[in-house]
Design a protein around this ligand. Structure first.
Ligand SMILES: Cc1cc2nc3c(=O)[nH]c(=O)nc-3n(C[C@H](O)[C@H](O)[C@H](O)COP(=O)(O)O)c2cc1C
Length: 183
């Protein structure tokens, strides 16, 4: 089981990074392979709504913007499962997570039932390190994304500064269950 753990905070040692590490550890506990991707190290810009609003994403299911997205898109399709960990910014995903998920959605939702993410289990983690609010609205948009790309919502996990200790345990357990094929 090859699990891509994508996280999107600029902080190397913050809550988001700790959640990603916990998920990856859980995957490895179950004998799976966890590959961590730090979006902030990559060049994945925002969707440019090419042409009349749809570019090659709709017709060919590839993005015509040539940056780091294309390679990452391939890695997402090749993975057996995904873990998406985002810091909560303004009650939403981080800008880098939004850029990636927007572009994935355009390419894959436009394939309908043939989406490369169809049936793929996804764990989403919303890490709110400030006020501790906004986790649910963030997860709501992540759940909608899962629906659009026809993936499988394996788990949606909110975590904030106060819940951190026991949520890290839960995230590790979720990663373990994911890699053990409990779906
Ligand atoms: C632009 C911005 C908006 C933020 N909005 C929220 C928010 O709505 N709720 C919250 O609890 N924290 C918010 N925070 C704090 C982040 O959620 C916090 O930094 C997060 O846990 C990421 O921490 P990390 O980078 O250490 O992983 C915000 C931070 C930034 C930079």
């Amino acid at each position: 089981m090859n699990v891509l753990v994508i996280h999107s905070s600029p902080n190397l040692d913050g809550l988001t990074a700790a959640c990603a590490a916990a998920a990856a550890a859980g995957v490895r506990d179950a004998g799976g392979q966890a590959e961590e991707v730090r979006l902030n190290d990559m060049q994945v810009g925002m969707c440019r709504a090419c042409d009349d609003g749809w570019g090659t994403c709709r017709r060919e299911h590839v993005c015509q913007v040539l940056d780091g997205f294309r390679a990452l898109h391939g890695r997402v399709l090749a993975a057996d499962a995904l873990v998406l960990v985002t810091p909560v910014y303004w009650g939403e995903m981080s800008e880098s997570a939004k850029a990636l998920t927007d572009r994935l959605r355009r390419c894959e939702a436009s394939r309908g039932e043939q989406s490369g993410l169809a049936g793929k289990p996804v764990i989403c983690v919303a890490a709110a390190g400030g006020s501790g609010g906004g986790m649910i609205t963030c997860l709501l948009s992540m759940e909608r994304w899962i629906q659009h790309v026809r993936a499988r919502p394996f788990d949606l996990i909110p975590v904030n500064r106060w819940s951190r200790p026991y949520k890290l345990t839960a995230i590790r357990a979720a990663g373990r269950a994911l890699a053990a094929g409990a779906w």
